[in-house]
Design a protein. Structure first.
Lengths: 217, 220
């Protein structure tokens, strides 16, 4: 029987991982369909004709695209448990701001570390460390970015943790040395089943990134 | 307790226009402060230390940054009048998707249309036309992007209408002739008091960009 909740997925994608974490947080049964990004399925191209990217969440036949949009949708469609946002509008705006920061500053920087070499890679490391320090300051002494509960910003950011091994290896630096608080937060999140089940092992990602570098750089 | 709403903005910013329209839609009184982007105020740098950009919405002393986030905030704080987002989760996801599309796809070409010449500007023009084509198709026969009701995506895009004349002039092409449906949509939006009040005169925008191109880029 066809599932009412399908995720068009790609195992190393930190963006797809966000959707997996979000669905598990809500206890939603879903079917993950692994995409071959060199040979995108008709379903993917039909469900996301604009960007042709994963993740795509197909819920009751209707597609939702863009990972942060998918996470917000999951929060609203399954609103009965584990809310991802605080109830006050200011808290919501802050959460959206920080997820957007992850998207704008953190995401671009991290790609340069494993996806580039030379000067571009060095710039990526520098920008990554800057972004990490800003995020660490925002986290402060809170257990999660959402405060006492794991929330939207935590979901937006934690998936990159699966790539930390790759950043450290190819960027030749230690994230823990730069930001022990952030690593502590990562480990706290990984204690949650929704997270640990949704993130691949760091070694697998290192191998994936090594392969990419071999083929592209 | 009296509400204090301050908006740090730049008159020609299509992002600032989004926030002004949202505030007007909700009937919220606010203090508008014009920023000189070549000499940003201490208040702007204090309230948006991460990006240092306008618009910044300051509500009872607390800053909210990024225009689509600000519009959603306004919708949530003042929910009783003129809802901006629909209530259905799927429709909300669609509204957010298209606002995000507009932000992602217009940033590069719009900047290049203003600041470049020759091949770079030509490439930007082609990219921008593709975006307009996609939006035109998404609008279809609906009155507004969300359907019958003026909402988030309309607010996200209508400010760009005040820049169409500028793009047409500096890059020598016609948006009006190519996209009559979008123009009809824009005119429909302009019938709303909030939009009519907020959108600057197209001629003013063109003059400021022409002056910039003459002075900074040396283009006549």
């Amino acid at each position: 029987m066809a599932s009412s909740t399908i995720l068009l997925d790609y195992w190393p994608s930190m963006f797809c991982m966000r959707a997996r974490v979000a669905l598990r947080e809500k206890g939603v049964e879903f079917e993950a369909k692994e995409e071959d990004l060199t040979n995108k399925s008709p379903l993917l191209l039909q469900s996301n004709p604009i960007h042709k990217k994963v993740p795509v969440l197909i819920h009751n036949g209707k597609p939702v695209c863009e990972s942060l949009n998918v996470v917000q949708y999951i929060d609203e469609a399954w609103s009965d448990k584990n809310p991802f946002f605080p109830s006050d509008p200011y808290g919501k705006a802050q959460a959206r701001f920080w997820a957007d920061f992850v998207e704008k500053k953190f995401s671009d920087a991290q790609f340069k570390i494993w996806g580039k070499k030379g000067e571009e890679q060095a710039a990526g490391v520098k920008e990554f460390i800057e972004a990490v320090k800003i995020l660490e300051a925002e986290l402060g002494d809170k257990p999660y970015f959402g405060g006492d509960s794991f929330g939207y910003v935590d979901i937006a950011l934690i998936t990159f943790y699966s790539w930390f091994g790759a950043y450290e290896k190819f960027g030749n630096f230690s994230i823990e040395a730069e930001s022990p608080k952030l690593i502590a937060w990562c480990k706290r999140c990984m204690e949650k089943e929704s997270v640990s089940k949704s993130l691949p092992d760091q070694e697998k990602i290192v191998a994936y990134a090594a392969d990419f570098r071999k083929n592209n750089l | 307790m009296a509400e204090e709403v301050v908006l740090l903005d730049y008159w020609a910013s299509m992002f600032g226009m989004r926030v002004r329209i949202a505030l007007e839609e909700k009937g919220v009184k606010y203090e508008y402060r014009e920023e000189d982007l070549s000499n940003k105020s201490p208040l702007l740098l204090e309230m948006n230390p991460i990006h240092k950009k306008i618009p910044v919405l300051i509500h009872n002393g607390k800053p909210i940054c990024e225009s689509i986030i600000q519009v959603q905030y306004i919708d949530e704080v003042w929910p009783d009048r003129n809802p901006i987002l629909p209530s259905d989760p799927y429709q909300r996801a669609q509204a957010r998707f298209w606002s995000d599309y507009i932000d992602k796809k217009t940033a590069g070409p719009c900047k290049a249309l203003q600041r470049e010449t020759g091949e770079k500007q030509e490439a930007a023009k082609i990219e921008f036309m593709e975006v307009l084509k996609t939006l035109d198709s998404e609008l279809g026969d609906k009155s507004f992007f969300g359907g019958n009701v003026f909402g988030l995506v309309d607010i996200a895009f209508i400010g760009f209408y005040s820049w169409f004349h500028t793009y047409e002039e500096v890059a020598n092409f016609s948006i009006v002739a190519e996209f009559p449906k979008l123009i009809a949509w824009a005119e429909r939006c302009l019938k709303r008091e909030s939009v009519a009040k907020v959108l600057p005169d197209s001629g003013k925008v063109l003059k400021s960009v022409s002056d910039y191109r003459k002075k900074i880029l040396g283009i006549n």
